[in-house]
Design a protein around this ligand. Structure first.
Ligand code: DX5
Ligand code: ZN
Length: 218
């Protein structure tokens, strides 16, 4: 079985000291850093853009797992690549051509992810599954941290995992939104191998991020 990877979302960190937070996450055993980029248009909230990612780059060698919740996304992909993203994940609804955006991300030498909102069916991305590195399954409606996990999405994770096995593909299955100590095992059993978590990692157990990362992985 593949090792379970943890991608902490800095959305739940302290925005006045994200560099320090990222170093703490690395020391606590995080496998990558999940960066939530929101534009106030594709989702109702606004967060950060390429200059902030660029300035954070020097604080860690961990991969930056950049989740773009912006529309139209295509024209910004190059900026996010140059800023130091390692994985660039987009939502299929946010681009005019899913294929062109996948090809652009790949041509920049980055890993490419496609994200499924709770109401978006796997069918929308099925024909691209053999061209991408990961599928980011949303278990909340994107826009805010600290929301409640939508347990109905467990079936979608199972279906995606089955499809992956049937098609003999290798993409990662990453789950994002409301992941906590009650549902982490269910998410892993359903087929996920990367867990995103903001609130649980930064706030649970009085903010003991090492403990929280270890607990989520197990
Ligand atoms: C939601 C974001 C998530 C979220 C994770 O739009 O994509 O990454 O902030 O945070 P928690 O773990 O608090 O749901
Ligand atoms: Zn995210």
């Amino acid at each position: 079985m593949k090792k379970i990877l943890i991608s902490p979302s800095i959305l739940a960190g302290d925005f006045s000291q994200l560099g320090k937070d990222i170093q703490k996450l690395e020391n606590a055993g995080a496998d990558m850093i999940h960066v939530d980029v929101m534009d106030g248009h594709f989702v109702p909230n606004i967060t950060i853009g390429p200059p902030v990612i660029k300035s954070l780059r020097k604080y860690t060698n961990l991969p930056f797992d950049v989740h773009l919740m912006i529309s139209p996304v295509h024209k910004y992909i190059e900026d996010f690549s140059k800023a130091g993203s390692d994985i660039i994940t987009i939502h299929p609804e946010a681009t005019e051509s899913i294929k062109d955006s996948i090809d652009l991300i790949k041509s920049l030498g980055k890993k490419v992810g496609l994200s499924l909102n709770p109401d978006t069916s796997i069918n929308v991305i099925e024909k691209y599954l053999d061209q991408i590195n990961l599928v980011l399954v949303m278990t909340v409606y994107p826009g805010f941290g600290g929301q409640k996990f939508i347990s109905e999405i467990l079936n979608k994770i199972k279906n995606l995992k089955k499809m992956k096995n049937d098609m003999n593909l290798k993409f990662d299955i990453e789950v994002d939104g409301g992941v906590n100590f009650e549902n982490n095992k269910l998410v892993i059993e359903a087929g996920a191998n990367i867990l995103v978590s903001g609130t649980t990692i930064f706030k649970d157990n009085n903010g003991d991020i090492k403990k929280n990362i270890d607990l989520l992985r197990s």
